[in-house]
Every structure is written in C-alpha cells, then in structure tokens.
Ligand binder design. Structure first.
Ligand code: ATP
Ligand code: MG
Ligand code: MG
Ligand code: MG
Length: 465
C-alpha cells in the first residue's frame, strides 16, 4: 500500500519536528501583511518578515504545510492547469525553515534523509540541480551525500537563484527531481519535487551581493507531486486527495476520465478549481470585480466553462465543495466551519453567471464558425466586443476559447471598440448633465447644497427631474 497524501503531510511535519523544528499551522491564503501579493504562493511567505529580520519568533526552526495559490503575479500557473501533470492553482507546500540557524549542509542532509529513508524513494531515480557557481552545494551532494557528478546538474540564475525582490535576501537554490521514466518527456520526466533555497546574500540597490551574517533556509515541496510519485499515478490528479473530484466531475457530466484529451483537461480543471474556490472562499475571499475577488470570480467562471464543455448547463460547482471539504476537513478544520457559507457564495455566483455563459458560448462559437468559413484565424475586434458587450461575456474566456480553437483575437481592435463605447458614454453623460442642470440650479436656489457631491448622486438627481 502506498502512502496516502495525509500520511505524507504528517510524516513531513513530524520528521522535522524531531529535528527540532516548531510545527506552524498554515497561514490563510490571504497574505497578512504584504500588499504586493494577492495570495500566498509559497511556504515562506508567512515568514517573510522573520527572514527580513523585522519580526522575531520564539523559534529558529519551523516546519509547515502551507496552503498556496498560484494564480497571479510572478507565479501564475492557471494556464498550465489541466495540461501538465504537475501544476495546480491551489496546492499544499511542505517546507522546513531555518532563521539564521542551520544552513546548507543540514538542509541538504535533512532533505535527502526524508526522501530516501522516510519516503523511501529509490536513490537511483533521484537527480538534483545546483546553482552553477555554488561549489559548496555541489560538493555536499557529491562528497557527503555520494551523488555522482552526472546526477548533479549545474543550472543558471533563472532556475537556481532565488530572490525575494529586486533587493533584499537572496541566494542559490538546489532542487530535487525524480526520474519518472522514458514514457514522460522533459520536465514531466524529471519531475521537480523539492526546492531548497539557501538565503545567504543581501542584494543592495546597486545589485551588489554581501553575505548575510546569519544565512537562512527556506524549502518547498509540493505535497501533491510527492504523493503522485509515491502513489505511482500518471499525473497529480489521480492521487487520493484529488481523484474523488475527478469522479465528481464524471458523475455530474457523464464524461469518462481517460476517454479523450479534451475531457481529461476539463475534468482536471474542474477538480483543481473546486479546491481553489473552496479554500480561497473559506479564507474570506468573495467573488467580485477587483483584486482577489476578481481572481476567484475568474476561476469560478473558468470552471463553469469547462463544465459547459462537458455538457453541464446547470450550476454544479457548489455540490463539489462538499467533496473537497470531506477530503480535506481533518487537515483543515476551518473548511467544515465555513462549508455552508462557501457553498452559498459559489451557488449564488454560478447561478448568476450560467445564463451569460450559455448565451455567450453560443455567440462565441458562432463567431469562430464564421471566422473559419471566411478563412480567418483572427476574431475581429468588433466581433469580440459584441460578445463582451451584449452578453457580458468575460474577455479572458473569449480569448481562451479562441486559442483552444487555434484562433487569436484582435486585442487592438477590441480596445478601439472599447474606446468608442467610452466616447459614446461620455457624450451621453454630457447630455444627461445638461438635463439635470436645472436641478442643481433649483437645489442651489433653495439653499440645499453648493458643492458637487459626486457621481453617486447622479442617479438620484436625474430622478428628481
Ligand atoms: P515548476 O518548475 O514545476 O513550475 P517551480 O520551480 O515553479 O515548479 P517552486 O517555486 O520551486 O516551483 O516551488 C517549490 C515546489 O512547490 C516545487 O518544487 C513543486 O513541488 C511545488 N509546486 C510549485 N508549483 C506548483 C503548482 N503549480 N502545483 C503544484 N505544486 C507546485
Ligand atoms: Mg513554476
Ligand atoms: Mg522549477
Ligand atoms: Mg523550483
């Protein structure tokens, strides 16, 4: 019997506890004190101020399993979801951290001990990478761990040098990969499971690196990826904590997982997005038109569209929330407490969008049909604008559908149409203002107000006329 994901999580946390680490509960997906970041996207985020020396904690070693969402900013894996075997929007990152305590040697040794002795991954299938100038890490892997040089890849800055921002703590990293065999290609064959970051420099405004007096360790390992290796599944989506969601999608749609690439992608997207929605809304994000809320709204609409592709034309996501909660509630008790709330939010949102989706999908399909008949691989700006404006169909969905069918959309043309629309609105507004002028006049006359009180009163004042 292979290890279950919940067991792997617990093995990781207790392994590092035994190595003197304090177990720290996952922080919310909403970053507490980082306005630059929409969602927590790595295990180190809640510890950022500790690494920067701005915050003191009563421990120098910590271990956590952090909820992560990679749907915005520098880390945005949304478009990968469903297509690669290893990317999710929402996933759990296992990590051990040292705040000026142990460093490279221990970090490497702990990681190696965990993967080979606790998880018992076969040594001959493991590869690592180091930053090309990091002789020290190379030597530790080679001489102390005993990996032959051909299994230690030296990579450049892009892959193996990490930095928090333009300035501040940074350093080389070292990653662990599992060779999954010849039937996989490239990154899918050598699956990256664990990233060890050696935070050993500070970068100043001029770009100069100076060594930190007390270097830090930050590591991150994707729980779902490790589970897929141990459970020997082709992708992350067949592991024990995700597969029930694939089955949920099958039940709802009648589609069979494995029957076609298109269906598989759709079922995976639905499974992934259900997890993201459940966790994000449970942490307090409400679908809206801006910021975090907008990201969540997009995810929900995207999931609905993939449902639609499978022939589901009714709201269904709220039913999937129960499946997520059942699987994850022991590890994340907050899910049980917020279950009904999350379901209500999702249900309301999908009921509102489903009609738009139906009409919009038909309109977009017709546009694509017409473009094909005319031998175009481009949807015209005014066509896209029509679907957007008449049906309120989100631009990113139109773009995605077009791309799936091998077509592009004329963004510039779309912008021109948008501008024309604004212009029309402005003119209309001016006319309306002229109409209400007597009202202002009247109000002034009766001494009610002498200042412009803002556009929100506009509606009211036209009503007065
Ligand atoms: P990849 O190169 O596969 O996109 P990454 O280098 O972007 O991964 P890191 O930023 O190093 O990933 O994150 C640390 C670990 O978190 C990875 O080694 C992987 O196990 C896991 N991970 C990263 N992104 C995802 C994701 N989108 N879904 C699931 N697990 C992920
Ligand atoms: Mg990535
Ligand atoms: Mg990588
Ligand atoms: Mg990485």
């Amino acid at each position: 019997m292979s290890l279950k994901a919940h067991e792997i999580r617990e093995l990781f946390l207790s392994f590092f506890e035994k190595k003197g680490h304090t177990r720290v509960k996952s922080a919310s997906l909403i970053p507490e004190s980082d306005p630059t970041l929409l969602f927590v996207n790595a295990g180190m985020v809640p510890f950022k101020n500790v690494f920067l020396g701005l915050e003191k904690r009563p421990y120098k070693r910590a271990v956590s399993c952090q909820k992560c969402l990679r749907v915005s900013g520098k880390h945005n894996d949304l478009e990968q979801v469903g297509y690669t075997s290893r990317h999710h929007t929402f996933f759990e990152m296992l990590g051990n951290f040292s705040f000026g305590d142990y460093f490279k040697r221990e970090a490497i040794k702990y990681a190696w001990e965990f993967v080979t002795e606790v998880l018992k991954l076969p040594r001959d299938k493991l590869y690592v990478s180091v930053y090309r100038d990091d002789e020290e890490a190379f030597r530790i892997w080679n001489e102390e761990i005993g990996l032959p040089p051909e299994k230690i890849w030296k990579l450049g800055e892009e892959d193996n040098f990490w930095q928090m921002g333009e300035t501040g703590p940074c350093g080389p990293s070292s990653e662990i990969y599992v060779d999954r065999g010849e039937e996989y290609e490239g990154d899918e064959r050598y699956l990256e499971i664990w990233n060890l970051v050696f935070m050993q420099y500070n970068r100043d405004e001029k770009g100069n690196l100076t060594p930190l007096p007390n270097p830090n360790i930050d590591t991150g390992m994707g729980l779902e990826r490790v589970a897929s290796v141990l459970q020997n599944t082709k992708t992350n989506y067949e592991i024990d904590i995700i597969y029930p969601l694939i089955e949920f999608g099958e039940d709802i749609s009648g589609a069979t997982y494995g029957s076609s690439h298109e269906n598989d992608v759709a079922l995976r997207v639905i499974a992934d997005h259900l997890r993201a929605l459940t966790f994000a809304i449970s942490d307090g994000v409400i679908p809206s038109n801006e910021g975090r809320g907008y990201v969540i709204r997009r995810i929900l609409r995207r999931a609905l569209r993939f449902g639609y592709k499978l022939g589901v034309v009714q709201p269904f996501l709220h039913k999937g929330i129960d499946v997520v909660v059942e699987i994850m509630k022991d590890a994340y008790p907050e899910l049980e407490m917020t279950r009904e709330f999350v379901k209500g939010v999702v249900r309301g949102e999908e009921e509102r969008f489903i009609r738009t989706l139906k009409a919009g999908m038909q309109a977009v399909d017709e546009l694509i049909e017409r473009a094909r008949e005319e031998g175009r691989d481009l949807l015209k700006g005014e066509e896209v604008f029509m679907a957007y404006d008449t049906y309120g169909f989100p631009l990113d969905l139109i773009d995605e559908i077009a791309r799936e069918k091998g077509l592009k959309i004329d963004m510039e043309g779309f912008r021109v149409e948008m501008e024309k629309q604004r212009e029309r609105a402005r003119k209309h507004f001016k006319v309306e203002v002229k109409k209400v002028k007597p009202v202002y006049q009247h109000l002034r006359d009766i001494g009610k107000t002498s200042e412009f009180v803002g556009y929100e009163h506009y509606e009211y004042e036209t009503e007065v006329t």
